[in-house]
Ligand binder design. Structure first.
Ligand code: PHE
Length: 345
């Protein structure tokens, strides 16, 4: 009988070594200590022993039994640990320092945008925002841009298919949705939502159907500015733009307004800057932005009386400012997420 017990121990130990999961372990347990198990069978044989041998045998059997239980328990714990490790994935030491000692920084476009917002914040402008998806009315019609204007061509503007619906973007009628081509649509949404005097700056992303090259990108950023009040004149426009451009490019910067045309301003201008301090762009006039006095047609369209109120508006490319400020010669650098570029700012 002693031999039988040793055999059971040996066999069980060997079987435990190749156990893969809980069901297999339960099966093995049943085959050893269950009702019809091999150990149970040996225990039942105790009755056939002479009376005086029974206590000693009983002790041995109990010892083997608790040895077996211990082995089962150990195997069960091993299976649990393996399952936990699998669920947790590969071990990570969260106290280790990160690879490379990078200190993050803001994207150059975000920095320029914040700088512009802060310059205007100090002279009383608040930030206005609207969605990047617009309807044709807000982006073109309300801005006095006629049906046959080239900007409205599908070659220049990204339109959504006619059956597209955006529940959260208000339209006038059933006009098409599109990706806004400029932030000037924010002028319209602001003037409809607020009463003058209005003083807002509206930075945001715009989209045009441009072929990408060093100076064009199908998505880019602008900052719109709008001021509507009583007796606003071109002198006010000029003063505020001079202030902006000196804050951005330095006190010695010279500015000039050149006559131009936009459907939503009258008169309209391009603004040029000249400075000896702009790297390769020094000492020549460079075009920087568009502006003008808000066209009375636009004011009437949004329910503001042009006899009582006048205003100015301007729009400037954030990429353009960043490129001039930092001497960047290719607009694509802004969108490629190359750390060698980004870590310079
Ligand atoms: N929206 C014009 C553009 O994208 C810029 C502009 C804004 C011009 C406001 C005048 C007034 O080119």
């Amino acid at each position: 009988m002693q031999d039988q017990l040793q055999a059971i121990l040996g066999k069980t130990e060997a079987a435990l070594a190749s156990i893969e999961g809980r069901p297999q372990l339960d099966q093995l347990k049943a085959a050893v200590v269950g009702g019809n198990g091999s150990l149970t069978a040996v225990m039942k044989g105790i009755g056939s022993l002479p009376k005086e041998d029974r206590p000693a045998f009983g002790q041995v059997v109990n010892k083997v039994k608790s040895q077996l239980e211990e082995m089962f328990k150990e195997c069960g714990a091993k299976l649990d640990a393996r399952e936990d490790a699998q669920a947790l994935g590969s071990p990570v030491d969260v106290s280790l320092p990160p690879p490379g000692d990078y200190v993050g920084s803001l994207h150059p476009l975000t920095q320029v945008k914040r700088q512009i917002v802060s310059i205007f914040g100090r002279i009383g402008f608040t930030v206005a925002e609207a969605s990047e998806v617009e309807s044709e009315w807000y982006c073109f019609d309300a801005l006095n841009t006629p049906e046959d204007h080239p900007a409205r061509d599908e070659q220049d503007t990204l339109f959504f298919p006619a059956d597209t619906r955006f529940g959260n973007i208000e339209r006038r009628e059933e006009e098409a949705y599109m990706l806004r081509t400029h932030t000037s649509s924010v002028q319209i949404r602001t003037m409809i939502g607020e009463k003058p005097p209005i003083r807002v700056i509206a930075p945001g992303r715009c989209f045009r159907r441009d072929t990408v090259d060093a100076t064009h990108s199908a998505n880019f950023h602008q900052t719109e500015g709008l001021y509507v009040d009583r007796k606003v004149t071109i002198k006010d426009l000029r003063a505020v733009l001079d202030h902006l451009l000196r804050e951005l490019f330095g006190k010695e910067v010279k500015t000039r307004l050149r006559p131009s045309f936009f459907p939503f301003t009258e008169p309209s201008f391009e603004v040029d800057i000249f400075s000896s301090n702009l790297g390769r762009l020094s000492n020549k006039w460079i075009e920087i932005m568009g502006c003008g006095m808000v066209d009375p047609e636009v004011l009437s369209e949004v329910g503001i009386d042009p006899q009582e109120w006048t205003g100015y508006a301007f729009g400037l490319g954030i990429e353009r400012v960043a490129m001039i400020l930092h001497g960047i010669d290719d607009i694509r650098h802004f969108y490629q997420n190359d750390l060698r570029f980004l870590s310079q700012f």
